[in-house]
Design a protein around this ligand. Structure first.
Ligand SMILES: Cc1cc2nc3c(=O)[nH]c(=O)nc-3n(C[C@H](O)[C@H](O)[C@H](O)COP(=O)(O)OP(=O)(O)OC[C@H]3O[C@@H](n4cnc5c(N)ncnc54)[C@H](O)[C@@H]3O)c2cc1C
Length: 610
């Protein structure tokens, strides 16, 4: 079937209109008054991205105007939580600018809760401020819409385009309209990828009819990683997946409960178990367990060990706090504003937190760069602050010329969350505009051959289905194709069992990882037989492709790092301890799309802040 090809030329192309992408679009206009700025998004920026799940707090705000925290404090906090390994230059860069971003949100109309006595923003915790989050994404999207020359909604970007003469220079992107099927060729002088993190690469706890219920947004489908990986960008810390302790069955967050309602956890026998595990954790990770706050992974570890010891379930003690009607309201509102599903689960399971202490559990792992974890692309740091080894060009430029990133896309910088991701989008955009302006005569060339080849590849699943559907043997089973859902379930099973998630107690070793890579290679082979009955499934097919490539990267990194750096997130049973002597470093990978091979290396961690 012939499909229209739409060509779009721009100076700056922003891929993904979530928090990072909206920040990038907004700031590109500020510095590049006359530039053509295009934002392309697979959903609709009005409500797209992880924050579309609803937020109740902005999790990254220093409060410098009230001398609450300084950027250095945030770097120390993130470094501690990530067991020593963060890009301090990038984290500091976000922390020093994030307050200004939040003040803009308020100017644009975001309702931020205030302490009636002091007039300061209402704190939920040391870094979090409380908001009425319903309008958050539409407000941010409005700023991006007004700044952009054009916003293209409903276009799924599948590949980046490279310059026809310079193989390491980005030149644009291709994708398709998920509603009418048109093929899009975006040509750009600089590209900023802000396409969100990765859920559904490990088997979720909720399967079958509950399968869409994951903690991280189910539509975060790893494009932030697959697009740069395919373009040859170096990636970092991809082994550093996150596992979250959450309310059971609904993934309701616990932050506000711990921080604001001051609830706490107990084992099935009403005992405090965390202290019990302290000494054994110290044997694994040394002094990191004595740091304050105790790193998130170590708290997970104590919970997991307690359950393995047969003293589960672990419960959040809510009965005391919920006696206070104000706290009870906050507790419910927290879910209604952010995770309505948890309130529904409690209602359906007869759980009234005033009467019953609800169960907690650990989630399947997720891969992302903006939450309490730092997987993503290896980026150049700020000129005034980054060590020489972390600078090879423009701030937030990856190791591919002209390719920038923000939010979940960029690695090494945990704890940026929504406000930090928007801020990082702004930082990346400022640098990308500078990059474009300093090269006014540099017009990357896109070869017709390349995008025509990609066009055939992109629509192949529709073709596979069209031809193969007559051979269906039963239901959805066909000898000629696999459906995206089948491929996804196969991926989740491999990752769960070999690269390790919930059903293997997050524990792997070299033989398991090696076998996992073999199985992933077989899955990749079969992806050429993906069949898509319609455009919706074509999108699912490309989301799966992106998830599989990101998963392969995660597996390579997990194999490379021969230690257990983050017990509670995952364990290398063959290297069960933290090893600062050999592994106080970043892991880097680079994928060669011609050969399909991965190169791995270490990069030093520089501690800039004491
Ligand atoms: C359940 C949950 C709770 C959270 N709670 C908080 C909180 O309380 N406070 C807080 O500050 N932060 C919170 N966060 C974190 C915050 O949402 C993220 O840090 C932030 O959204 C990351 O920004 P991003 O731009 O990297 O990704 P996103 O905001 O997810 O944006 C990515 C965008 O890219 C688009 N996209 C993806 N693939 C493609 C493609 N191939 N082509 C085109 N477009 C594509 C997506 O549709 C999306 O719009 C939470 C996140 C979740 C999931």
């Amino acid at each position: 079937m012939s499909r229209k090809t739409v060509f779009v030329d721009s100076d700056i192309l922003v891929v993904g209109g979530g928090m990072g992408g909206c920040g990038a679009t907004y700031e590109s206009r500020y510095w590049g008054r006359d530039l053509k700025i295009v934002c392309v998004e697979k959903a609709n920026i009005e409500r797209s991205g992880a924050v579309a799940q609803g937020l109740y707090a902005i999790n990254c705000y220093m409060g410098m105007q009230w001398n609450e925290n300084q950027p250095e404090d945030h770097v120390r906090y993130a470094r501690n939580d990530l067991m020593g390994l963060v890009r301090e230059d990038l984290g500091y860069d976000i922390a020093r600018h994030v307050d200004a971003t939040v003040h803009k949100f308020e100017e644009w109309g975001l309702p931020i809760m205030k302490d009636p006595k002091t007039g300061k923003y209402q704190r939920e915790g040391k870094w979090q401020i409380m908001i009425h989050g319903e309008s958050y994404k539409p407000l941010v999207a409005e700023a991006a819409r007004k700044a952009a020359s054009e916003v293209y909604n409903r276009i799924m970007v599948t590949h980046l385009l490279m310059d026809s003469k310079r193989p390491n220079r980005v030149a644009g992107a291709v994708g398709f309209n998920v509603r009418n099927g048109d093929f899009y060729v975006f040509r750009a002088k600089a590209v900023i990828v802000a396409a969100g993190g990765a859920s559904h690469i490990f088997k979720p706890r909720a399967v079958g009819e509950g399968m869409g219920r994951t903690w991280y947004a189910p539509w975060s489908s790893a494009s932030a990683y697959a697009l740069p990986i395919l373009a040859g960008a170096k990636m970092t810390q991809m082994e550093n997946r996150i596992v979250l302790t959450r309310f059971k069955d609904g993934y309701g967050p616990v932050g506000a409960y711990f921080l604001h309602l001051k609830t706490y956890t107990q084992n099935a026998y009403g005992q405090d178990y965390e202290a019990f595990w302290r000494d054994s954790i110290e044997k694994m990770v040394g002094d990191y367990v004595n740091h304050h706050p105790v790193p998130t992974c170590l708290r997970n570890h104590a919970l997991l060990e307690e359950v393995k010891a047969g003293r589960g379930p672990i419960r959040m003690v809510t009965k005391e706090a919920f006696k206070d009607p104000h706290k009870e309201t906050i507790g419910w509102e927290n879910f209604l504003g952010m995770t309505i599903g948890q309130a529904v689960v409690w209602a359906s399971q007869n759980i009234d937190p005033k009467e019953i202490n609800p169960e907690l559990t650990t989630s399947e792992p997720y891969v992302m760069g903006s939450h309490a974890t730092c997987s993503g692309a290896w980026a150049s740091g700020p000129e005034d602050y980054a060590p020489a080894e972390y600078q090879w060009g423009y701030n937030r430029m990856m190791t591919v010329e002209g390719l920038f990133g923000a939010g979940d896309t960029i690695g090494g910088t945990a704890h940026k969350f929504s406000s930090g991701s928007f801020t990082e989008g702004r930082i990346a955009a400022k640098a990308a505009v500078k990059y474009v302006m300093e090269r006014s005569n540099d017009r990357p060339e896109v070869s017709e051959k390349e995008y025509e080849q990609l066009r055939a590849v992109v629509y192949q699943p529709l073709e596979n289905y069209r031809i193969g559907r007559n051979e269906i043997v039963a239901g959805t089973v066909s000898p000629s194709y696999i459906l995206p859902l089948h491929g996804l379930q196969r991926l989740e099973k491999i990752m769960d069992e070999y690269v390790v998630g919930i059903s293997s107690h997050y524990t792997t070793n070299e033989p398991l990882l090696t076998r996992g890579l073999e199985l992933l290679a077989m899955l990749k082979e079969d992806l050429s037989c993906l069949g898509a009955p319609d455009l919706h499934q074509l999108q699912r097919a490309w989301e799966l492709q992106h998830r599989v490539l990101a998963s392969e990267c995660v597996t390579q990194h997990t194999l490379f790092r021969q230690e257990t750096r983050w017990p509670g997130y995952y364990y290398r049973a063959d290297h069960p301890r933290l090893d600062d002597k050999d592994w106080h470093c970043f892991t880097l990978s680079r994928y060669d799309r011609q050969t399909g091979r991965w190169e791995m290396e270490k990069a030093p961690v520089y501690h800039i802040i004491d």
